[in-house]
Design a protein around this ligand. Structure first.
Ligand code: BTN
Length: 259
């Protein structure tokens, strides 16, 4: 596999195998800014203990993309979640630029990317509190199913290969993602969350439609009304709005007709 060519803002740490690139990025980030600057990107070919959101396992055989980006943004910790949307846009645009025209891709709240309504990528965002309100560091872990995808997941999964992108390899995905991330992160730095929010809403599945949001101990049903200015999902439940900050979105199966 050739060495990825990334824009100069990144410092690449390339590994054959690691427990989790997020865990390794955290270990490196803890060494401080001089040793692990903003833009350090940990990439591994395999993970032995890949982690998903909400304590789930992320299956990590060789052939998919596993990387974690260490960022040290000068923003309040409350704004950190915005960077998950920045990363989701970069993954979406990566897929859009590598896919055949007509490939139906979407983002799904909060930070998943779908192709033909199957999950192809997920993002795990972790922060460490710093002095005052500004995080010491933030880690964006990105997993993209390039060659393989797991069976039997709560939300059906797919891979780029299964969706017709048989010639795409991990290095091409990483290089393309790294360029799109720079461009969306620059937009975020210069213009704030609103253009990110608007671009994400333009690409999202299910806005204005019935959804189910599964929380830790309950499932909420309602209409997906909007994404608010902090990245929370606004659910309309018979005219009453509910603001949701964590959960998994599912879409009801379309009703079967008589024909
Ligand atoms: C999700 O549950 O959707 C988030 C999945 C995030 C997986 C990536 S793979 C690279 C990084 N390292 C991990 O252990 N997890 C993230």
């Amino acid at each position: 596999m050739r060495t990825p060519r990334l824009p100069g803002v990144y410092t690449l740490v390339a590994l054959e195998e690691v427990d989790s690139t997020n865990a390794e990025a955290r270990r490196l980030a803890q060494k401080g800014e001089a040793e692990t600057p903003d833009g350090t990107l940990v990439w591994a070919k395999r993970q032995a203990a890949g982690r998903g959101r909400r304590g789930r396992t992320w299956e990590s055989p060789e052939g998919n993309l596993y990387c974690s980006l260490v960022l040290r943004p000068e923003c309040p910790v409350a704004r950190a979640a915005e960077l998950g949307f920045v990363a989701a846009l970069a993954v979406y645009d990566t897929i859009a630029s590598l896919a055949e025209p007509g490939t139906n891709a979407n983002v799904k709240w909060p930070n998943d990317v779908l192709i033909h309504d199957r999950k192809v990528a997920g993002i795990l965002l972790e922060t460490e509190s710093g002095v005052g309100d500004v995080p010491e560091w933030l880690i964006l872990g990105i997993g993209v199913n390039v060659l393989h995808f797991p069976e039997g997941t709560p939300y059906p999964a797919t891979s780029l290969k299964a969706e017709g992108m048989a010639d795409v390899d991990v290095v091409a995905v990483l290089e393309t993602f790294s360029r799109h991330f720079v461009s969306w992160a620059t937009r975020w730095l210069e213009d704030g969350f609103e253009p990110i929010r608007a671009a994400w809403v333009w690409r999202v599945k299910g806005i204005g439609q019935p959804i189910e949001v599964r929380l830790e101990s309950e499932a909420l049903k309602g209409i997906f009304k909007e994404l608010d200015a902090q990245g929370a999902l606004i659910l309309d439940q018979n005219g009453k709005t509910r603001r949701v900050t964590a959960g998994d979105v599912f879409f009801p199966a379309p009703a079967k007709g008589n024909a």
